[in-house]
Structure formats: structure tokens, C-alpha cells
Design a protein around this ligand. Structure first.
Ligand SMILES: Cc1ncc(COP(=O)(O)O)c(C=O)c1O
Length: 454
């Protein structure tokens, strides 16, 4: 590993210099804690389609895709056209007050995600889960929530509890604060559930039925780890019976697992859904959608005192840039054949990666669904992983962590970028050239990794 880091330092001096300057101006040199990796993150200067170029001039096939947001890749023509159209049609990037595109976009979202009857837009996924939780707690009039161990819902207080993956199949589940200065209230009023044991979930939810108003779940943990359909369907029934609002956080999975999101995959209708990322076509966005009866609690029309209305506002909510870029993106994904091809390309890429890794004696399993997957080195004992706890145990093992880190630095050296340890997101811009380059990089990386192991 030391050798790979030395090479990284040697080959990316401009990134290193950019970081040396940035870290004195920006905490950690990054605009978000999860964007940091040692010894320093690469700094980029431009992007086009499936490719990004770093400040040293190296080109990479991009599988981070702005943490999954860019499902059409960088600078897609329909998104560029949307920007031009915003200026030509509206003459402004923000009305700040109602205009007809808002309702048009809501209709599109409702047509793709049938559980959604009404929508409020926000500017990020974080704001979407925050508003959804507030709505759910208002609807149930209960003071707390339940979330799953290892699930991430953005950086606001109520969900900064137990976000790091832990194996929950045995023993008690620890509640952990994930930030300095997180008020005790949030840890105390958040129950933490195991993602692959529905009987334990049911027992915990029954025990806390008076306090828990909202059960929030990433329907695929970290966007790629699934549970059984049966688990999700039982979670729906239990929350219904106990009068809890079921909130699907589809910020990551929305329009990526299926066009209708993870809920289309599981065949489950949540009460509320949080959306973001893909919805904005590459611009800042979030949304809360769901049952009208719940969303209406934020309607100011009812002339109630403030404390009887769910507060929600935001200067740029529903701005034309994010909405038109998002609408055009969704329309493009609906073009016959586009989404099917994207799913097929992802499937093919996953198979090829698995085959290459096996050929070099270090078989990986690609875990995921739709257009997101991760590359995991299974532990020898478990073999092929089927449950979330198997995947998480493998990812936490020293074997995976060492091999994956080495693989990620080798892939960067050979022109593939996904940020170390991160999952892979696909885009329609990943054409034959980008895919051939990717497989070549995997071939060279696994060859080097195999040699290193023998
Ligand atoms: C499942 C999930 N929820 C919420 C968020 C927060 O979204 P944002 O980064 O837009 O605030 C993320 C971001 O990665 C996410 O993956």
C-alpha cells in the first residue's frame, strides 16, 4: 500500500498543491466530511460525459457522478438545453414565488412514483428528510423516530445517530451520536433498528409505539444493499398497524433502482418519500412527496396559528434551473429504450468486473440493483453474500478494507474514479469507449493486486 500512496503522491503534485492551499482555507480542504480521503483528495478541473479530468491532467471514467446525482453524466445536451431554455423562457434563475413549472414537475414525479400525491421542493436531500420527519411527527403527534443502524439521511440532528454500518444480526444495537454538539434529545428520541431482522424490528417498534411517529429507512442501505421484499412488506404492515409514518429516503435510490425508485422494486407504498440528487438534473434539489393528508399539514391556507402548521420554506425551493434540468432529465430517462439500456449496461459491467476479478484469483461480488452497485471482497467463510449483515461484515473485515483500498488506488492510477471505498453509480454517458477503458483499468488493477497477493 505504501508503494501505491508514494506513486499517488508522485503522480498528482497539482492535486497535492491544491489540497495544501485549500486545507488552510477550508476545513479538511473539502466541502463535506465524507469528501475527504487520505493522503488528500484529487482536485478536478473539468468534466464531460462519463469523464473527469484532474488538475494534473489525468482523465478518469467517473463512477462517483457527484454522489449519484448525474444519471446522464456531465453536461448532457438536454441539461445544457434546459439551462438555455430557463433564460429564454423565464428570464430568471429564481422567481421565489409560484410559477407553472412547479406543478408540471410535481405531475411528472407523481406519474413515476405512484405513492406520491403532493410534493414540496427543497434544495437538498438533507432538507427533504428533515421536512419529511417534521411532517411525520406532526401527523402522528409523537415525539420520536426510528431509523436503521448504518443508514444515512443527511446531516441534520434527528438522523445523525448510528449512521455507521455495524453488523446487527447479533447482540444489542448501539446508539451512537455522529457529531460533536448533537443535543441529547435526538439520541434519546431515536430508536435504532436492525436492517435485516424484521422480528426484532417489530418487537422494538411495539415496545416504543407511544414515542415513535416516523420510521425512516434507506430502502437500499447506502444505496446498494437490499433487504428481502418480505422484510420491506412486513415493515409496511407493522408501521401501518402501529400508526407510524413510513418514510422511504430515496434521495440516493430515487430514479436509480428503477424509474419508480426502490419502492417500485419492493412493491411497497410508503407514506412519505424523500427525493434529491437525480431529481435536480445536476443542480441542487430535494423533495418530499407522499400522502396528501400528511403534506397538507404544511399548507398555510388553513389559517391556523403557527404552532398548528408544519413550517417549511426556502428562498430557492422549486427554482427553474433545478426543476427544468430535472424535468428534462426524467423525460430523457423515459425515452423508450434509454432506461432499459442503462440497466443492461450496468448488469454487463458488473458481470465483467466479477469475471476479471475471478480470473486473477481475487473474486469480488458486485452488490446492488438498478444503476448502483458496489465491489465487495467476500469473506472466505460466507462465500456469496445474500443478507445485509453478510455484506456489512465483509465490508468491515480487514481483508476487504485492505484489498479495496489497494484496488481503488490502482483504479485511479489506471483512470477510473469512484472515491476510495465508495459505491459505483452509472450514467447514460457511459458508452462503449468509457466501458472499455473501465474494464481495461480493472484488468490491470486486478493483475497488479493478484501479483501483490501471491
Ligand atoms: C440516502 C440519502 N439521504 C440523504 C442524503 C442527503 O442529501 P444531500 O447531500 O443532497 O443533502 C444523501 C446524500 O448522500 C443520501 O444518500
Amino acid at each position: 500500500m505504501a508503494e501505491k500512496i508514494t506513486q499517488y503522491l508522485h503522480e498528482t503534485p497539482a492535486s497535492q498543491a491544491a489540497y495544501s492551499e485549500a486545507k488552510n482555507l477550508i476545513p479538511g480542504g473539502v466541502q463535506g466530511n465524507i469528501k475527504y480521503y487520505a493522503p488528500y483528495p484529487l482536485s478536478f478541473r473539468s468534466a464531460a460525459g462519463a469523464w473527469m479530468t484532474d488538475v494534473d491532467g489525468h482523465k478518469y471514467v467517473d463512477y462517483l457522478l457527484s454522489f449519484g446525482a448525474l444519471i446522464l453524466g456531465h453536461g448532457h445536451p438536454v441539461v445544457k438545453q434546459a439551462l438555455t431554455d430557463v433564460w429564454e423562457t423565464y428570464g430568471t434563475s429564481s422567481f421565489g414565488v409560484p410559477y407553472p413549472l412547479e406543478a408540471a414537475m410535481v405531475k411528472k414525479v407523481c406519474s413515476l412514483v405512484p405513492s406520491i400525491e403532493q410534493v414540496r421542493f427543497t434544495n437538498s436531500g438533507l432538507e427533504a428528510t428533515l421536512l419529511a420527519i417534521r411532517l411525520g411527527m406532526a401527523y402522528t403527534r409523537r415525539p420520536g423516530i426510528a431509523k436503521f443502524a448504518g443508514h444515512y439521511h443527511g446531516g441534520h440532528e434527528h438522523v445523525l445517530v448510528s449512521t455507521h454500518p455495524v453488523v446487527t444480526s447479533d447482540g444489542p444495537i448501539a446508539k451512537t451520536s455522529e457529531s460533536l454538539a448533537l443535543p441529547d434529545y435526538y439520541v434519546e428520541h431515536t430508536e435504532v433498528l436492525p436492517f435485516d431482522d424484521i422480528d426484532r424490528c417489530e418487537a422494538l417498534l411495539r415496545q416504543h409505539r407511544e414515542e415513535v411517529g416516523v420510521v425512516v429507512v434507506e430502502p437500499f442501505q447506502s444505496g446498494y444493499i437490499p433487504v428481502d421484499r418480505d422484510f420491506m412488506q412486513r415493515l409496511r404492515l407493522i408501521t401501518q398497524e402501529l400508526g407510524m409514518v413510513l418514510l422511504f429516503d430515496e434521495v440516493k435510490t430515487g430514479f436509480r433502482i428503477r424509474l419508480g425508485g426502490a419502492q417500485a422494486f419492493y412493491g411497497v407504498r410508503p407514506d412519505l418519500t424523500a427525493l434529491g440528487k437525480v431529481l435536480g438534473g445536476g443542480f441542487p434539489v430535494g423533495a418530499v412527496g407522499g400522502r396528501q393528508e400528511i403534506l397538507e399539514l404544511a399548507s398555510p391556507e388553513r389559517n391556523l396559528p403557527n404552532h398548528e402548521v408544519v413550517f417549511h420554506s426556502g428562498t430557492f425551493n422549486g427554482n427553474p434551473v433545478s426543476l427544468l434540468a430535472g424535468l428534462r432529465t426524467l423525460e430523457f430517462l423515459e425515452t423508450p429504450g434509454v432506461y432499459e439500456t442503462l440497466l443492461d449496461t450496468t448488469r454487463q459491467l458488473r458481470e465483467n468486473i466479477e469475471q476479471i476479478s475471478a480470473h486473477y484469483g481475487l473474486p469480488v461480488q458486485t452488490v446492488g440493483e438498478g444503476t448502483i452497485f458496489n465491489v465487495v471482497f467476500p469473506s472466505d467463510e460466507v462465500g456469496r453474500m445474500s443478507k445485509p449483515s453478510d455484506v456489512i461484515a465483509a465490508e468491515m473485515s480487514a481483508r476487504h478494507r485492505t484489498l479495496r483500498k489497494d484496488l481503488d488506488f490502482l483504479l485511479m492510477k489506471h483512470g477510473v474514479f469512484s472515491k476510495p471505498y465508495n459505491r459505483f453509480s452509472m450514467s447514460t454517458a457511459h458508452d462503449d469507449k468509457a466501458l472499455a477503458s473501465t474494464l481495461d483499468a480493472f484488468e490491470q488493477s486486478f493483475a497488479a493486486l493478484g501479483k501483490q497477493q501471491s
